[in-house]
Design a protein around this ligand. Structure first.
Ligand SMILES: Nc1ncnc2c1ncn2[C@@H]1O[C@H](COP(=O)(O)OP(=O)(O)OP(=O)(O)O)[C@@H](O)[C@H]1O
Ligand SMILES: [Mg+2]
Length: 491
């Protein structure tokens, strides 16, 4: 094939020679030092300035010596040996470091006959803008990686799971066993029973602990975005897609654990795709021709009645069986009332630490008895919210039943009735609503109160299932999810 050089004037060789000569002179003039070695890495030429820098008053004294004997730490021997240039390097000397370039010299047959080295600058100051840019970018990268790693590490350990009741000990035993195995884990149980806590503890106790733990809250993401969220997309794969493409959670979790929270809310078509990935252990991001391996351990959780969803045709039976290998039922708080005291104390300890001014909150016996008689539909989360509110609004550090009663059941929009009446003869729920019925002072407050009440009732009527509630009241799932969080509704 003709190349671009063909047809050059006969003086081409001359031009090339001139270019090389001029290049050499330019480098020589501008560099802090230049030297040339032969095929044995012995110095054959060195300029005066460079020789003087390394203690040779006369350059002649350096000729014929090994390059390392003249310039300690020189890598010219490597260039001669490999025939490959070292285009940019830093040479440590006993004075300031030098920025150097080393190029092989070849004969017409292409054999390396020597090498030439230029010390470009004798102070790194010339490279300061480059270095500071590099180190800033590097620092940002390290900080981002650190915070990502932090976010993707398990937040809770088995030690965070408070409770010594028989039911709690059994759950912890099963979870520890699950941590030793690789099969999928299915965490079932009412809201607020610690499923997320257990998922973190299982990952943190597993062989994958040093790899990422990535969470997808299926209910919080609109159906149309879920597939991309899971599997990622190639740049420009769909209208409105990120120009740079998107890395899916499966890929982010590679080597680690993928926690699929609220799996009961997963749309049917995506269930099929998830099942395929679990079987094939690989997938293709949207719009790409790239096959990505999925070495991911799945932990799924839901407060929905999954077998009932299967029976109703809303959850694929084959996916259910695939996930239902190591199934752990997080027991509701009312079935382990003996844990309430330890939980309450651990939470108060936590709240005391958070409080300013070194407060130390304690429960009076009557307050504890009150906690143990309530049915706790929102479980441990509700217990925590209740204590938090009581602590916030109490002007004393010792919390008694009277201070606590107004808040019991208040997060539930009424909540379930207590099993026994409270010590003052009133049921805690009634006491709660009596105290909680604040008169709203503005339209906005009235609307917010109405919305909270309306959503709480709708959720309760649908057994706490976000997807069903959203469909019934004609609201987007993502919106409903945000409102639940904003109002602090315990579903
Ligand atoms: N056994 C426990 N010991 C200490 N804290 C707990 C325990 N169980 C739950 N919690 C706390 O209660 C809160 C709710 O727990 P978590 O989020 O794990 O519940 P969940 O089962 O995932 O609820 P949901 O179904 O609503 O998502 C968290 O703050 C968690 O730390
Ligand atoms: Mg959860």
């Amino acid at each position: 094939m003709m190349n671009d050089w063909a047809g050059l004037p006969a003086t081409y060789g001359d031009v090339l020679r001139r270019a090389m000569d001029s290049l050499f002179r330019t480098f020589e003039n501008f560099s802090e030092g230049t030297f040339i070695v032969d095929a044995e890495a012995r110095v054959v030429w060195i300029n005066k300035r460079y020789a003087a820098r390394f203690g040779f008053a006369d350059p002649e004294q350096a000729i014929g010596r090994d390059c390392e004997a003249v310039i300690p730490n020189s890598l010219m021997r490597e260039v001669v040996k490999t025939g490959k240039p070292i285009l940019l390097d830093i040479l440590e000397t006993d004075r300031e470091p030098l920025v150097v370039t080393r190029l092989p010299l070849k004969d017409d047959a292409g054999d390396t006959v020597g090498a030439v080295g230029f010390a470009l600058f004798d102070e790194l100051k010339a490279l300061t803008p480059l270095f500071s840019h590099y180190s800033r970018v590097q620092e940002e990268l390290i900080a981002t990686r650190r915070s990502l790693a932090q976010a993707r590490r398990a937040k809770y350990t088995f030690g965070s799971f408070v409770g010594t009741s028989a039911a709690s000990l059994e759950v912890k035993r099963q979870a520890r066993r699950a941590a030793q195995l690789e099969s999928p884990v299915l965490l079932l149980g009412e809201t607020g029973t610690g499923k997320e806590l257990l998922a973190h503890a299982i990952h943190g106790g597993s062989a994958r602990a040093n790899q990422p733990l990535v969470t997808v809250n299926v209910a919080a993401i609109p159906d149309t975005l879920l597939e991309v969220e899971f599997f990622g997309a190639a740049p420009g794969a769909y209208t409105g897609a990120d120009r740079k493409g998107r890395v899916g959670k499966f890929e982010l979790a590679n080597g680690g654990t993928l926690f699929l929270d609220e799996i009961g809310d997963m749309p049917l078509p995506l269930q099929g795709k998830l099942l395929r990935v679990l079987q094939d252990k690989e997938f293709e991001p949207l719009g790409s021709n790239r096959i990505v391996g999925a070495d991911v351990r799945i932990i799924a959780a839901t407060s929905a009645d999954l077998p009932a969803l299967v029976a109703a045709g809303r959850f694929r039976a084959d996916l259910f069986y695939r996930l239902n290998v190591l199934t752990i039922h997080a027991p509701p708080l009312r079935e382990r009332a003996s844990d309430i005291e330890a939980l309450a104390y651990a939470m108060l300890e936590d709240l005391s630490t958070q409080a300013r001014g070194g407060s130390h909150y304690e429960l009076q016996d009557d307050a504890l008895r009150l906690l143990c008689t309530y049915a706790w539909p929102g479980n441990v989360r509700e217990l925590r919210n209740t204590l938090e509110r009581a602590v916030m609004l109490s002007d004393r550090e010792r919390i008694d039943a009277r201070a606590l009663a107004p808040f019991i059941g208040s997060g539930q929009g009424g909540g379930r009735a207590a099993k026994q009446p409270a010590p003052d003869g009133q049921s805690p729920a009634t006491a709660a609503s009596a105290n909680y019925a604040m008169e709203p002072s503005s339209w906005n407050e009235a609307m917010a109160a109405f919305e909270k009440r309306f959503l709480s009732d709708a959720l309760r009527a649908n057994g706490g299932r976000v997807i069903d509630t959203a469909a019934q009241i004609g609201m987007g799932r993502a919106t409903l999810y945000k409102k639940i969080a904003a109002h602090g509704i315990v579903v």
